[in-house]
Design a protein. Structure first.
Length: 307
């Protein structure tokens, strides 16, 4: 769009129908018509390619978690519901803020896809939550049924000590419950100010979304059921995304500082979560090594069968 006679980021529809020579002299035609961005030099093109790579990483990041969840079936205990909800909240605010604050088209496209991916992730979480609860209820009913049959049979035999005491049954049930839980300076238009504020909220939600998952991993002392490639691809996506924004040339008449300030909430949300995702990656390796040591110790102490 034109602000005081100066070209700034333009919406996709206008870019596709606008005159390349007039609005974006010396710009790449395919970038202008396909992405709605004005890329006039190598720095702009690098920003575009990094942005496309970040979108690819974000699009692929959810797939390993979908596969892991279907394979293990413990998504409801492996992932924190607050991690998913805060992540969805961050992506939703990011989408709204990107639109209102006239962010780069690639940012908006990425946000749209990720909101849809988050909704699918929540749907899968709810499915496995209900499914595992039904399985647990059937298991409890089966155990109670067996206990009733044994109690009815042994009541006639009157053999002392055959049935477990009420305290023992209570402790056993409590143990099962605990085990189940353990698995578990620049000028802004009013529109830009609103978008900037929503973008800031999205950054806070992104940052806080990782904390429940970090706590869940720490409480379980395990990352089983959580896909490492989910966070690895998000790390790569956030890295390329941040570089894409930083590599982009400011609009005509806009200084570097003004450009960075306009994109600051999204940069904080992207690069800030990068640090927390790296911490989660450390948890993956730490708990995996601990599990490997436990497996080795168990195999060494297990007696061999036979002569």
């Amino acid at each position: 769009m034109l602000k005081d006679g100066v070209l700034t980021n333009v919406p996709f529809g206008w870019a596709a129908g606008g005159n390349l020579t007039t609005l974006c002299p010396n710009g790449s035609k395919w970038v202008w018509e396909g992405l709605g961005e004005c890329a006039q030099d190598a720095r702009d093109m690098a920003s575009v390619y990094l942005g496309l790579l970040s979108i690819l990483c974000f699009m692929m990041s959810s797939l390993p978690q979908y596969y892991s969840s279907c394979k293990t079936g413990n998504m409801d205990s492996a992932l924190s519901i607050w991690f998913l909800l805060l992540w969805l909240g961050g992506d939703t605010c990011n989408l709204v803020g990107s639109f209102l604050a006239d962010q780069l088209p690639l940012q908006t496209y990425t946000a749209v896809y990720y909101v849809l991916a988050d909704l699918l992730m929540l749907a899968m979480y709810s499915y496995y939550k209900v499914k595992n609860r039904m399985v647990e209820n059937r298991r409890v009913l089966h155990v109670l049924g067996v206990a009733c049959v044994l109690g009815f049979t042994t009541s006639f035999a009157n053999v002392p000590g055959l049935l477990p005491t009420q305290q023992e049954v209570s402790l056993a049930h409590k143990g099962r419950t605990l085990l189940s839980s353990a698995d578990v300076g620049a000028s802004f238009t009013p529109k830009e100010i609103i978008g900037f504020s929503i973008g800031s909220v999205s950054s806070v939600l992104y940052l806080f979304s990782r904390l429940p998952q970090i706590y869940t991993n720490f409480k379980r002392k395990s990352t089983k059921g959580v896909s490492f490639f989910l966070f690895a691809l998000v790390i790569l996506g956030n890295t390329t995304y941040g570089l894409s924004v930083l590599m982009k040339n400011p609009d005509q008449g806009q200084g570097e500082n003004s450009y960075v300030i306009h994109h600051l909430p999204w940069l904080i949300g992207s690069l800030g979560t990068l640090v927390l995702d790296l911490f989660i990656s450390v948890q993956f390796f730490s708990y995996r090594k601990a599990a490997d040591r436990l497996d080795v110790s168990t195999s060494e102490t297990t007696p061999l069968m036979g002569g």
